[in-house]
Design a protein around this ligand. Structure first.
Ligand SMILES: Cc1ncc(COP(=O)(O)O)c(C=O)c1O
Length: 384
């Protein structure tokens, strides 16, 4: 048996999603840009999916620009803000996903854009007072890029509050909502926001497909040019099956959201409780066990132990998939840039992210707790 507790890295594809995609692969082979029957059939699927997705997130279908996933959407938002909207300053955070950090740095070096990092509170949250100071002191055309929920420690921002602040100071606002899309209700028509990033594989959709929400009041250039697809904002023949899979995953996520959330919250609480009972010295990084943190993620700092450096590897040997950093750096020895940025990094202690989905069960939690007992069993301390 294997316990998959790395759902913030990626989630298993729902069987219904795979089935919907297989139907496309089996029976729809036209290119959506072709005007003949098979082409029109493919185009109809793309547009029906776009409408369904837009309805779930409360926006106009024309605001949805399909991309290859979250990384591309983040890059697109940041580059478009600079190249099409005249942004000269980017306010972001050192705890963002590397797609946002690197895209901002890239713009910083390529286009002489100032990149400023907002501070975080000791609890891990973005310091909104500092954000307001940054916005107020400088009227340079600015993009604020802050994720809705941090993928490693689960701290969240209130999109409506940050959006309003950005509007007050005339700044554009992008949020990477990769970890919350499909897990929390979202009504974009009620939020002052310019760009939102989505990736299907974080809510049981396929990998390699997502979208960038682009506020319809904005006109931006494409990141990828070529064909005139996505109203020239993203060249390339559409990933028809992926788009259908994304829409199906979203239908399922939104239809049963409350039930999924209750299920996941119960399992997360059960793991947190089991961990505290077994190892009273452990702490939850950024208070990730709190109710107002991303409910799919629990980030644990284990007490100092000789096995700390090997923890992720040992969990794997015990049949538990967890993560020591974000997906791209899982298994790497560099550790987590988020924990470093937020001041939680401690070389003597293993920090492990456990993340859950609606397919996680009590047996997975039991296996993780058994593994913890073995890996962090009491050890002799030898005094020199
Ligand atoms: C917060 C966040 N943003 C962006 C991404 C990248 O998304 P994708 O894998 O679709 O490129 C991830 C995935 O790890 C993520 O967690």
């Amino acid at each position: 048996m294997y316990a998959y507790l790395d759902n913030a890295a990626t989630t298993p594809v729902a069987p219904e999603v795979a089935e919907a995609m297989m139907d496309v692969y089996r029976s729809v082979h036209g290119n959506p840009s072709s005007t003949h029957g098979p082409g029109r059939k493919a185009k109809a699927l793309v547009e029906t999916s776009r409408r369904a997705i837009a309805q779930h997130v409360g926006c106009s279908p024309r605001a949805i620009c399909f991309t290859s996933g979250g990384t591309e959407a983040d890059n697109h938002a940041i580059q478009a803000a600079v190249r099409s909207l005249g942004v000269r300053r980017i306010i972001t955070s050192a705890a963002e996903h590397s797609a946002v950090i690197k895209a901002s740095e890239h713009m910083g070096s390529q286009a002489s854009i100032e990149v400023v990092h907002v501070q975080h509170l000791s609890s891990g949250e973005v310091d909104l007072e500092h954000l307001e100071v940054l916005l107020a002191k400088d009227t340079t055309t600015t993009l604020v890029s802050l994720m809705h929920a941090n993928n490693e420690v689960g701290v969240m921002i209130d999109l409506a509050v940050v959006g309003k602040m950005c509007r007050t100071y005339g700044a554009y606002f992008h949020s990477d909502t990769v970890q919350t899309m499909g897990h929390y209700p979202l009504n974009l028509s009620e939020i002052d926001i310019d760009f939102v990033t989505c990736s299907a594989h974080k809510f049981h959709g396929p990998k390699g497909i997502g979208f960038l929400y682009i506020n319809p009041s904005l006109r931006i250039d494409g990141l990828i040019v070529g064909g005139g697809q996505e109203r020239t904002m993203r060249g390339g023949t559409e990933n028809v099956a992926g788009i259908v899979g994304l829409a199906k995953a979203m239908d399922m996520a939104f239809e049963h959201m409350e039930g999924h959330e209750n299920h996941v919250r119960r399992l997360k609480a059960s793991l947190a409780e089991g961990l505290k009972q077994r190892l009273p010295g452990l702490v939850f990084n950024a208070e990730s066990d709190r109710q107002d943190r991303l409910y799919t993620v629990l980030n644990v700092k284990f007490p100092p132990h000789p096995n700390s450096g090997l923890a992720i590897f040992l969990f794997d040997l015990e049949g538990v998939a967890a993560s020591g950093g974000s997906a791209c750096s899982s298994g790497a020895t560099l550790g987590s840039h988020v924990l470093r940025a937020l001041g939680y990094h401690d070389p003597a202690c293993a920090s492990v992210r456990f993340s859950f989905s609606r397919y996680t069960g009590d047996e997975d939690i039991a296996l993780a707790l058994e593994a913890v007992e073995k890996i962090f069993a009491p050890h002799e301390v030898t005094l020199k």
